[in-house]
Write a protein that binds this ligand. Structure first.
Ligand SMILES: *[C@@H]1O[C@H](CO)[C@@H](O)[C@H](O)[C@H]1NC(C)=O
Ligand SMILES: *[C@@H]1O[C@H](CO)[C@@H](O)[C@H](O)[C@H]1NC(C)=O
Ligand SMILES: *[C@@H]1O[C@H](CO)[C@@H](O)[C@H](O)[C@H]1NC(C)=O
Ligand SMILES: *[C@@H]1O[C@H](CO)[C@@H](O)[C@H](O)[C@H]1NC(C)=O
Ligand SMILES: *[C@@H]1O[C@H](CO)[C@@H](O)[C@H](O)[C@H]1NC(C)=O
Ligand SMILES: *[C@@H]1O[C@H](CO)[C@@H](O)[C@H](O)[C@H]1NC(C)=O
Ligand SMILES: *[C@@H]1O[C@H](CO)[C@@H](O)[C@H](O)[C@H]1NC(C)=O
Ligand SMILES: *[C@@H]1O[C@H](CO)[C@@H](O)[C@H](O)[C@H]1NC(C)=O
Ligand SMILES: *[C@@H]1O[C@H](CO)[C@@H](O)[C@H](O)[C@H]1NC(C)=O
Ligand SMILES: *[C@@H]1O[C@H](CO)[C@@H](O)[C@H](O)[C@H]1NC(C)=O
Ligand SMILES: *[C@@H]1O[C@H](CO)[C@@H](O)[C@H](O)[C@H]1NC(C)=O
Ligand SMILES: *[C@@H]1O[C@H](CO)[C@@H](O)[C@H](O)[C@H]1NC(C)=O
Length: 824
């Protein structure tokens, strides 16, 4: 066979020599049918590739990042003995010599090791090598790799490669692009990386490199350098800044220290983007330093606790190009008005600093181009005017702002001013803000009645949050047809009267939270027509009457969370209503992704609207971030009403439920055994009713159950044992005279206790509630929000009852484990 290939090759060469226009002998793998013009593979290359194929296996697990680039079957399937390797998928050969010069096996599901003697490195003519997104199972970086002298392009990212970068290399002198991102590499950053004569792009981000960064011997042509998300410590050597051709430098999320002095940077005059955020830099950034970076467009310095900005009487510099500056979570205590000379500055983030007092009118003049300003989490007491006339996003959350709300510029799209001490009314001129998309005035002392324009002044309005203020009167009934409202939170106010019937015009509404007001109405069955309504919270109001079962009601197709607690509802639990909760019925355990797809409606909202919802239940309060967590959380809370009759068995069909609370009603009958089908249920409260009979043994099937309360009923017989039931204590069962068996001291006499399987503790991934806690801990405000103690999680926002007992687990440990896993 080898001879046959040879002779074909010779034929091809002859054709090249004979024909005046030549023949293209190099058509690549994409058209294997045109064999006559495909160059012929060298037998040694062919055998090197086949030997490599034999050392690795294929793993079918799904990598979502690879879905698009993946061919229907793994590329190496087309690699067969006795065929021309130049026609195999992923291979490019030299047109004339037939040498393999390109190998692209990215996203090829390869599993195996990449040892130094891998035959891959015998392909000495290789110019382009892409093995990204496979799994080389913690292989060391093979030293032979660095002997490939012809390489111009090398991509080994996302491969779990371990080990150190070598101190010296002989090859790679032709490299132009080099990516090693997302591996497990450790150790220092050798200087040869910066002296490769042609290298333009180097990405070593998301590894475990500790540094230090070695002195750079001679400057090179490198233009884009990514070293983010490592553990590099120490100072940046001054020679580093001799990399005169850099346009993009990302050193964020490391442990670099030292001060950033103005004499460091002058050579970096081509730099357009500099990201030094999340390090341990110190000192003062002065305007002269910035002015030297003449082409700088984007500067990120956030999360350097010891770094401050000069408060600036040294105003003599202009920052012609600067567009984006983030300086969040640093040590800034004055508003840096010197930056006003940045005539192009569009996006300024000074959140989470210590800027205190007032910002005066003159300090806010000259910011004409500013479109986004984030001053949240500072100590501001007043703002004399809003800066500029082109502002689109203004975040003033969590300051100490007092007095009335200023009328924002009509250009504004997003206004976040929650958690301040604003007083007075909403200015009626708010009705002129026709571009407004998000209005968050929550947690202030605003009062009065709200302007009647609320539901109709802006067609782009998608979020209104007035939670925790002192508004009273009726909710305006002017929601117009075609409005884009998705989120309406008026909870914790003094609103009274009926629900506005025009809410029926809010066809995109996903979240309606009206908890803790004085609303007095019957159950709004008519909201069931809203096709996207996912969260309906009416708790702590004066809703009354039966949850009517008799009329044919629209279905609440998307409902995931319903809270009717602490009202005056009466009558039977509505069987029809439960039967129609399709979103809660649609998923089975383990089919989460499908469900996520189904419920992810495309609604025309601005997705960075930062919508979150506070959901309150008697024993826990949680903040759900809309996109991330709402999709997996399903809950029903009908507690503290006057509901009577039996618990309908159909509730057992709502197999996505995570939380069910029917406590403090006057329910009778048995606990339906169908509740044993709620396989992902994590919290069940049926306490303070008049339920009788036994606790169904099927409930031991609920292996995610972390909270159970059936106290204060008339239950009798043995408490089931096994699984989660081995973890509940007396409080779960108190006030039921007839119950017996562990954990109660009363024994069950002759009743045989079934052999008890060991409790299955919740897996981190499986538990929605646990997942949400974790997200909440990671994701809010300027840092960690929660206090943790073993076994209990205390949620610090909102009401004091935010206390939930999780199954015996060490939270600190689990959370840090989880964070670590996220890092890997
Ligand atoms: C091209 O080569 C493949 C194997 O490499 C072979 O199966 C196919 O029949 C050839 N096609 C032509 C047109 O010769
Ligand atoms: C590579 O070396 C290992 C031992 O280190 C050996 O088992 C293996 O056969 C070698 N592979 C090749 C292709 O030479
Ligand atoms: C790779 O290069 C080093 C010198 O840099 C040499 O010692 C080694 O033998 C080379 N390895 C191969 C496989 O060529
Ligand atoms: C920097 O880029 C310029 C223009 O692209 C080039 O002429 C010069 O050689 C580069 N500098 C280095 C040190 O490679
Ligand atoms: C950062 O580096 C210093 C030494 O320079 C070390 O003491 C500290 O623990 C490191 N911090 C982190 C978070 O790695
Ligand atoms: C940050 O740097 C200072 C010195 O500038 C040092 O004292 C401190 O330990 C460092 N902090 C961390 C977390 O590395
Ligand atoms: C400000 O700049 C002007 C001209 O650009 C110069 O004359 C003046 O000395 C500078 N002032 C300071 C304080 O640097
Ligand atoms: C409100 O702001 C204070 C600081 O001003 C902060 O400590 C608190 O966490 C904020 N509360 C919320 C709910 O954001
Ligand atoms: C607000 O809008 C009304 C009517 O659209 C207009 O008459 C009024 O001048 C506007 N006010 C301001 C301050 O723009
Ligand atoms: C819905 O909006 C239209 C105007 O767009 C209004 O005429 C109608 O009354 C509204 N519906 C309800 C139920 O209020
Ligand atoms: C649920 O429990 C019952 C009895 O305890 C058992 O027969 C049944 O197989 C269990 N179902 C599942 C899905 O585990
Ligand atoms: C403003 O900064 C805070 C804290 O860094 C952040 O949580 C928030 O998302 C930012 N606001 C906007 C609108 O980006």
């Amino acid at each position: 066979m080898g001879r046959l290939i040879r002779s074909h090759q010779i034929l091809c060469l002859l054709l090249v020599l004979i024909l005046p226009f030549g023949v293209d002998c190099s058509l690549s793998f994409s058209s294997p049918s045109l064999n006559y013009s495909t160059p012929l593979c060298l037998p040694e290359d062919s055998s090197a590739l086949l030997q490599f194929k034999n050392t690795i296996s294929i793993d079918d697990s799904d990598d979502p990042f690879c879905r698009e680039s993946m061919t229907s079957s793994p590329r190496t399937n087309s690699w067969k003995d006795s065929t021309n390797c130049c026609s195999w998928e992923g291979i490019t050969c030299d047109k004339v010599t037939g040498h393999v010069i390109g190998l692209d096996l990215s996203c090829s599901l390869l599993v195996g090791s990449l040892p130094a003697n891998s035959t891959l490195f015998l392909l000495r003519g290789l110019q382009q090598l892409n093995l990204a997104r496979n799994n080389f199972q913690q292989s060391q970086l093979p030293p032979t790799l660095f002997n490939l002298t012809e390489l111009t392009y090398l991509d080994l990212s996302f491969n779990r490669l371990e080990g150190l970068l070598p101190n010296h290399v002989s090859g790679l002198q032709n490299l132009k692009k080099f990516r090693l991102t997302d591996n497990l590499l450790s150790g220092g950053i050798p200087s040869w990386l910066f002296s490769l004569p042609f290298l333009e792009y180097l990405d070593l981000s998301h590894n475990r490199l500790t540094g230090p960064i070695e002195q750079i011997q001679k400057s090179n042509s490198i233009q884009r350098l990514h070293l983010a998300n490592n553990d590099i410590h120490g100072e940046i050597p001054s020679s580093f800044f001799d990399l005169a051709n850099l346009t993009y430098l990302d050193l964020s999320s490391n442990n670099l220290s030292g001060s950033i002095k103005s004499d460091m940077l002058p050579k970096l005059e081509n730099l357009e983007t500099l990201d030094l955020s999340s390090n341990n830099f110190s000192g003062v950034i002065k305007s002269d330093l910035l002015s030297k970076l003449r082409n700088l467009k984007t500067l990120h310095l956030s999360n350097n606790k010891l770094l401050s900005l000069s408060s600036g009487s040294d105003v003599n510099y202009t920052f012609q190009e600067l567009e984006t500056l983030s300086f969040s979570s640093c040590n800034v205590n004055r508003f840096p008005n010197f930056l006003r000379t940045g005539k192009n500055l569009k996006d300024l983030d000074l959140s989470c600093n210590k800027i205190r007092g007032s910002i005066f009118r003159w300090e806010l003049e000259g910011w004409e181009q500013l479109t986004t300003l984030n001053l949240s989490y500072n100590l501001l007491t007043s703002l004399e005017q809003f800066p500029g006339n082109n502002l689109k996003t203004l975040d003033l959350r969590s300051n100490l702002l007092q007095g009335p709300l200023l009328v924002p510029p009509p250009s504004l799209r997003q206004l976040f001013i929650s958690n301040n001490s604003l007083t007075g009314k909403i200015p009626p001129l708010i009705c002129n803000m026709t571009s407004l998309n998000t209005l968050d005035l929550s947690i202030n002392n605003l009062g009065g009645i709200i302007p009647t324009c609320l539901g109709n002044f802006s067609y782009s309005l998608s979020t209104i949050n007035l939670r925790m203020n002192d508004f009273h009167g009726k909710i305006p009934d002017y929601f117009v047809e075609g409005n884009l409202l998705t989120y309406l939170d008026l909870s914790d106010n003094q609103f009274e009267g009926l629900l506005p019937r025009s809410l029926i015009n809010c066809t995109f509404l996903r979240i309606l939270d009206l908890a803790n007001n004085k609303l007095s109405d019957t159950f709004p069955h008519w909201l069931g027509v809203l096709p996207q309504l996912q969260v309906l919270i009416l708790g702590f109001n004066r809703f009354h009457g039966p949850l009517d079962n008799s009329i044919v009601t629209p279905p609440f197709l998307s409902l995931q969370i319903i809270d009717l607690s602490q009202n005056e509802f009466s009558g039977l639990l509505p069987t029809n209503f439960f039967q129609n909760l399709y979103a809660m019925k649609s998923a089975r355990e383990g089919s989460l992704p499908d469900r996520v797809k189904r419920i992810r409606y495309e609604s025309p909202i601005d997705r960075d609207g930062q919508t979150s919802v506070n959901v309150r239940f008697k024993r826990l309060e949680m903040k759900l971030e809309l996109e991330k967590t709402l999709l997996i959380f399903f809950a029903i809370d009908f507690s503290n009403n006057r509901l009577s009759g039996k618990i309908p068995g159909v509730i057992g069909e709502l197999c996505s439920l995570r939380l069910l609370n029917l406590s403090h009603n006057i329910l009778t009958g048995h606990i339906p055994s169908s509740l044993g089908n709620l396989v992902v249920l994590e919290s069940l409260d049926l306490s303070s009713n008049t339920l009788g009979g036994r606790i169904p043994s099927q409930m031991t099937n609920l292996t995610f159950l972390a909270v159970l309360n059936v106290s204060e009923n008339n239950l009798a017989g043995p408490i089931p044992s096994g699984n989660q039931f081995n973890t509940f204590d007396n409080d779960s069962y108190s006030g039921n005279m007839g119950l017996c068996g562990l954990p109660l001291s009363k024994q069950c006499g002759n009743v045989e206790r079934s052999k008890s399987p060991a409790p299955k503790f919740m897996e981190d991934e499986g538990s929605a509630i646990a997942f949400i806690w974790k997200l909440a801990m990671m994701g809010y405000g300027c840092g960690v929000v929660l206090g943790l103690s073993t076994g209990y999680v205390v949620f610090t926002t909102g009401r004091p009852w935010g206390l939930v007992r999780m199954v015996e687990r060490d939270w600190q440990k689990n959370v840090s484990k989880w964070i670590k896993r996220r890092r890997n």
